[in-house]
Each structure stands twice: as C-alpha cells, then as structure tokens.
Design a protein around this ligand. Structure first.
Ligand SMILES: Nc1ncnc2c1ncn2[C@@H]1O[C@H](COP(=O)(O)OP(=O)(O)OP(=O)(O)O)[C@@H](O)[C@H]1O
Ligand SMILES: [Mg+2]
Length: 241
C-alpha cells in the first residue's frame, strides 16, 4: 500500500458547506459538507447514480450549485450566485475515458494546457518532459496516442493533469477501464505521485481498496447525501460520521 501523504502544507484546502443541486426539481445532491485539508486526498465512494460525478463537476466548475458553497483556500469559487470558470480554478482533471486527442502525439496532448495558458515554447518543452518523466513515459513522447496501451494512455492523462502544476486534482474513476493488476499498480503510482506533489485531491471510485490505498478520508455517498465518513489514522480508518 502506498503511504498517503503527511498532509503538510503544500496544497490548497477545499471546504464544501451545505452543497445542494436539483435537476427538474429532483434533488441530486443534498446538504453535502466536506473538508479536505491542503495536500490531502479525499476518496468518494458510493453506488452508481448517487451523485459522485455531479459533485466532482461542481468542484470543477462544470456545474453551479443551487445551494451551499465551495471554497478553495480563502477563495469562494461557487455558490448559488457565484461560479468561477473551470480554467480559473487551478485544477487538473483525470477521467475514466482518458479524454485524450488520439490524432496528437503524447507530448502534444500534455502540452495543450500550457499552450492554452500562453506558456512559451521552451518552457513548455521543459515542463512536458518533466511531467512525462514523472509518470514514466519520457520514452514515448513522440508517439501517437492511438499507439499506446490503456494504462499508458491513462498515464498521459495524468501527465496532462499535473503539467500546469494545479492546486487541486480531481479524478473520476480513472482506473475503471483497466484490468485488475494494472489498476493496483497504477493506483499506487498515483498515490506516490500525489505524495511527491503535495497536491490536494478528490478521487471518485467504486473500489474501496483503491480508496484506502490513496486517501486520508473516505466518504461514502448514497442518493445524493454523505452517509459515512472515515478518517485515516496511521494504518486504519476511524469513523467520523
Ligand atoms: N445533467 C443532468 N440532468 C439531469 N439529471 C442528471 C444530470 N446529470 C446527472 N443527473 C442525475 O444525477 C444523478 C447522479 O449522477 P452522477 O453521474 O453524479 O452519479 P455517479 O455517482 O457519478 O454514478 P456512476 O457511479 O454511475 O458514475 C443520477 O440520477 C443522474 O441521472
Ligand atoms: Mg460517475
């Protein structure tokens, strides 16, 4: 098991208070409270349809809450009146389906967020090489995405998520498309990477083992509500809700 980080200062804290969202008068999220200290990882577990991805979208700024608030550090990023745009939230995201551009090279995909951010070419090349080295893909930077395995593609997505040095990383079932052995090893690698970077992270998964490999807190949702919260203490988790 990868050892979760000490929780030291590096990342930005996330504070979610009384968060709620309805679609067509149907509550999808109700009264969600979460506190993620800077530099720690919170895993979200729960059955299909319980609202995990919707909560992640609210954190990302892809949707706006109907009630409650989200703060990153001291900054209010979302409430019923406020919605800071996703590109202004300092986020990196990794999804189940990789969301890579298949016709572009590995380096081209990883470089994209830096190009959007107006980073100069020489600096981009340096940072792309460093991000690919971190995920063990320095040797395939010129390959096309379509020539990579699923595990390699997810490593590219990881490199793209970290290349702009985000303050928060969001993961939505990043390993669900991979076979069991690869899931276990890549999950450990992600844990180690988060430990090195000290980035705050929210990690959605169906897999309790994955959650417990990575997370300082494991929160279980059901029907849009938090029903259980566990906090890591040494090698075990204590129930806090
Ligand atoms: N744009 C939308 N309009 C209407 N309903 C939506 C919308 N997005 C999500 N929902 C509903 O919100 C609920 C929660 O969906 P969500 O995708 O967050 O679940 P999930 O926990 O991520 O599930 P899974 O584990 O299958 O990915 C579901 O009932 C879904 O149908
Ligand atoms: Mg989902």
């Amino acid at each position: 098991m990868a050892s979760p980080r000490s929780g030291a200062a590096a990342g930005t804290s996330i504070s979610v208070r009384g968060l709620g969202l309805s679609f067509d008068a149907q509550a999808v999220l109700s009264d969600i409270d979460l506190e993620v200290p800077g530099g720690t990882t919170l895993a979200l577990l729960g059955p299909s349809g319980c609202g995990k991805s919707t909560l992640l979208k609210l954190l990302a700024g892809l949707q706006q809450p109907g009630a409650g608030s989200i703060r990153f550090g001291d900054q209010l990023v979302a409430d019923a009146q406020t919605c800071v745009a996703p590109e202004r939230r300092g986020l990196g995201m990794v999804f189940q389906d990789y969301a890579l551009w298949p016709h572009m090279t590995v380096a081209g995909n990883v470089s994209f967020p830096l190009e959007m951010g107006g980073v100069a070419k020489s600096e981009r090349e340096h940072r792309v090489a460093a991000a690919l080295a971190r995920v063990g893909l320095g040797h395939v930077s010129k390959r096309r995405i379509s020539a990579l395995s699923g595990g390699q593609q997810q490593r590219v997505a990881l490199a793209r998520a970290i290349v702009a040095e985000p303050r928060i990383l969001l993961f939505d079932e990043p390993l669900s498309n991979l076979d069991r052995d690869l899931r276990v090893s890549l999950c450990r690698e992600i844990g180690d990477l988060l430990a090195q970077l000290g980035t705050t992270a929210v990690y959605v998964t169906h897999d309790r083992d994955e959650a417990e490999t990575l997370a300082h807190q494991v929160v279980t949702m059901q029907q849009g509500r938090v029903v259980r919260a566990m906090q890591r203490s040494g090698n075990q988790y204590n129930e806090t809700l």
